[in-house]
Design a protein around this ligand. Sequence first.
Ligand SMILES: Cc1ncc(COP(=O)(O)O)c(C=O)c1O
Length: 461
Amino acid sequence: MTRIKSPAEPFRIKVVEPLRRSTRAEREAALKKAGYNVFGLPAGKIAIDLLTDSGTSAMSDAQWAGIMMGDESYAGARSFFRFEKAVKNLFGFAHVIPTHQGRAAERILFETILKKGDSVPNNIHFDTTRANVEVRGGIAVDLVKDEAYDPDIERPFKGDMDTAKLERLITAKGKKRIPLVMMTVTNNSGGGQPVSLANIRAVSAVCRRHGIPFFFDACRFAENAWFIKRREPGYARKSVAAIAREMFACADGATMSAKKDALVNIGGFLTLNDGDLASRLKNTLIVGEGFPTYGGLAGRDLEAIAQGLAEVVDEDYLEYRTAHVAYLGRLLDESGVPIFKPVGGHAVYLLADRFLPHIPRDQYPGWALTVALYREAGIRAVEIGGVMFGKLDPKTGREVFPSLEMVRLAIPRRVYTASHLEVVAEALIALHKRRDAIKGLRIVEQAPHLRHFTVRMEELA
Ligand SMILES: Cc1ncc(COP(=O)(O)O)c(C=O)c1O
């Protein structure tokens, strides 16, 4: 394999967690038991787990020290005020409402502001955001620029929203039927691609002109701000924290899953300027999550988030983080393994239909690749393709598939070293050489919604 320089980790290891090797026979048995669905595998039987970057970060010594300092008072805990200050320092909004994770923030927001039949635009909705809109009878509309769907175009900001599409939607639906516009940074469902500040400003201007609130889905805001610093003219000398503040100054609020760029294992929040709306959100919060100074979290979790937010804007960390992810992308690309380009902030996406051209879409090539990768090397990845997003057309009775058939290799923050990524690359390169032997699958059991979590499959002969 070509030796490409890997970035040095800007931390050293103080606590270790052993990884267990498994035999091929054990993996074969585990796959069979799980119905050839990697979500059903016990984590103890996985060598390298790239299922998600969410809630899988390694916390720092300062975060663990914060855990010991947590104030567990029911109301008005010291930890809440530290958390609130850290969020306000970066996000700059007037009100901060903790929640137990990102989708709780989404649920509370949409439960409070969305009416049946309303449309919610986004660059691309993440699946929990979409579900929280749709479950209340709303319409989740993806308005990313068309280039986002082309895996070969190397553009710096493939997460940008198309403002012409946004204007057309507002004209068609009327601003009263659009309770807010959302923008996901980085755009997880579109390859983890960043959004430029120029685009954030343009979308904000459209929203302000029409009087529609503008909110970020801010899970990976620091990775997005780093890409702005590196790729957008005029930002090279600004700090990532200053760029983040500039992003948020264009908006009215944000939902946040702290499980990503706050470097913690659980937590989230809502933050916004509108005081009336904040009071209504807090009422909903009290019913389902808890008192507004803890919102479903322990005081120690709030301490860890406050410290994580300070660490995530460290530029040595962000330079390493993005280079670490890009390193895996380069190892694969240079060996001819097809990937989505450019590599995004938190994951490398394999183009499964190009990897396995002999497997037709209705035999789920992305899914087949996740099964083969686990069987080969005990590595877990996730399919983002026909099983996750395929829909039955009621007229023809046939499945309609999304345009991209991908497998996501999400990289947990500060967890795996460059050697682990090399093991992943070697396994994939070996599989790519023997790709003709990989078989498609058929579904034997599935749930009506979010079927990928529990579907059971059978390999075809
Ligand atoms: C873009 C985006 N929004 C929202 C969420 C939901 O966050 P949580 O898993 O904390 O509920 C995620 C989680 O992966 C995400 O990637």
